[in-house]
Design a protein around this ligand. Sequence first.
Ligand SMILES: *[C@@H]1O[C@H](CO)[C@@H](O)[C@H](O)[C@H]1NC(C)=O
Ligand SMILES: *[C@@H]1O[C@H](CO)[C@@H](O)[C@H](O)[C@H]1NC(C)=O
Ligand SMILES: *[C@@H]1O[C@H](CO)[C@@H](O)[C@H](O)[C@H]1NC(C)=O
Ligand SMILES: *[C@@H]1O[C@H](CO)[C@@H](O)[C@H](O)[C@H]1NC(C)=O
Ligand SMILES: *[C@@H]1O[C@H](CO)[C@@H](O)[C@H](O)[C@H]1NC(C)=O
Ligand SMILES: *[C@@H]1O[C@H](CO)[C@@H](O)[C@H](O)[C@H]1NC(C)=O
Ligand SMILES: *[C@@H]1O[C@H](CO)[C@@H](O)[C@H](O)[C@H]1NC(C)=O
Ligand SMILES: *[C@@H]1O[C@H](CO)[C@@H](O)[C@H](O)[C@H]1NC(C)=O
Length: 350
Amino acid sequence: MVGRAQPDRRQFPLVLLRLLCLLPTGLPVRSVDYNRGTDNITVRQGDTAILRCFIEDKSSKVAWLNRSGIIFAGQDKWSLDPRVELEKRTPLEYSLRIQKVDIYDEGSYTCSVQTLHHPKTSQVYLIVQVPPKISNISSDITVNEGSNVTLVCMANGRPEPVITWRHLTPTAREFEGDEEFLEILGITREQSGKYECKAANEVSTADVKQVRVTVNYPPTITESKSNESATGRQVSLKCAASAVPTPDFEWYRDDTRINNANGLEIRSTGSQSYLTVANVTEEHYGNYTCVATNKLGITNASLFLYKKILPTLPNPFPGPGTGIAGSGSMCLAVPLWLLAVSLLCLLSKC
Ligand SMILES: *[C@@H]1O[C@H](CO)[C@@H](O)[C@H](O)[C@H]1NC(C)=O
Ligand SMILES: *[C@@H]1O[C@H](CO)[C@@H](O)[C@H](O)[C@H]1NC(C)=O
Ligand SMILES: *[C@@H]1O[C@H](CO)[C@@H](O)[C@H](O)[C@H]1NC(C)=O
Ligand SMILES: *[C@@H]1O[C@H](CO)[C@@H](O)[C@H](O)[C@H]1NC(C)=O
Ligand SMILES: *[C@@H]1O[C@H](CO)[C@@H](O)[C@H](O)[C@H]1NC(C)=O
Ligand SMILES: *[C@@H]1O[C@H](CO)[C@@H](O)[C@H](O)[C@H]1NC(C)=O
Ligand SMILES: *[C@@H]1O[C@H](CO)[C@@H](O)[C@H](O)[C@H]1NC(C)=O
Ligand SMILES: *[C@@H]1O[C@H](CO)[C@@H](O)[C@H](O)[C@H]1NC(C)=O
């Protein structure tokens, strides 16, 4: 059906010309070669196309046709399309001007000139170009780590735009091939971020759009720092966790949940949490647990608050009740004594 329709449509202008007596009946219809001697004219959608045609003398019979019909026969306009006009800057010019060219104008146009016994047809093929435009792109998505993700980016344009995807990381990985679909199997947390789709053809600058992919994953504790303090001081324990969405933190003393009370304060911002003891007493020393939670999981880490023995300056007059200071100077005294013995040893070659 389609195979039959094709040659009929091609011959249609010639049949029309013959009916109008613009072509001598003897001319075999097949003698017009549509592929040879065809000039291409490339015009961008919306621009004006001028299809040039010149005649040799004013008495020639002339017509413009496209595949589906006569546009002009001599000076008579057959087409109803207001965008189509003749352009005659000289008496011998018989060019066709099409304003605001659109995709459906693409095709071959025939300028037919009959000068006495020399029928001549010249053909131009009008190519309509359209800048690339992304028509449909995936919305921003949130997925769990390990999921399979498919991003889609569709674009219009003539010629057909080439679509490329890029992960906007410092290394900006470019994905190969001309892909409307970008498939990420078993997505990892490192693969989260912005993805850029670029649709390009030679007509104008590429169209670019972005999709944000958020990858959720359960918390892992990245930092849990024990600390030490003397009594009567303020001290903090730090806990940090990596998680998406942002984790919630809880603190436990052995198995008891800690609240913001009794001189204890929990401050959590984003991926970090601090437990602060305003005034350390003996009961505060020991084992703490930091628990990080989000909707995908829970994890914990143990931290310790150690008792710090304050270094004391050697007291030349140790008084009563300065046991710690005394033991401190004892510690200092031992190495001094050892040093003295070693020195003596060296000198006396013992
Ligand atoms: C016209 O374009 C077609 C493809 O679009 C190409 O095959 C042909 O060679 C071109 N003709 C000329 C004269 O440029
Ligand atoms: C051919 O010309 C007619 C009349 O101007 C117009 O309606 C039709 O869209 C044209 N067809 C093509 C393929 O350019
Ligand atoms: C965009 O593409 C998706 C997937 O192919 C489809 O479900 C959706 O309807 C499209 N949206 C538009 C506006 O074309
Ligand atoms: C992801 O795709 C792979 C291969 O197509 C399949 O084996 C796997 O089950 C999929 N995983 C999920 C979570 O759908
Ligand atoms: C810390 O607690 C001790 C004993 O309860 C008290 O004597 C001291 O004044 C407190 N220090 C501060 C800075 O609150
Ligand atoms: C230990 O606590 C002190 C006092 O709060 C604080 O300045 C310091 O940063 C803490 N060290 C660690 C490793 O958390
Ligand atoms: C600290 O407390 C946690 C939770 O109660 C426990 O699992 C861990 O074994 C304790 N660590 C030590 C050294 O006691
Ligand atoms: C910490 O995690 C262990 C297992 O990973 C669990 O047995 C324990 O109960 C957790 N501790 C707290 C305080 O949640």
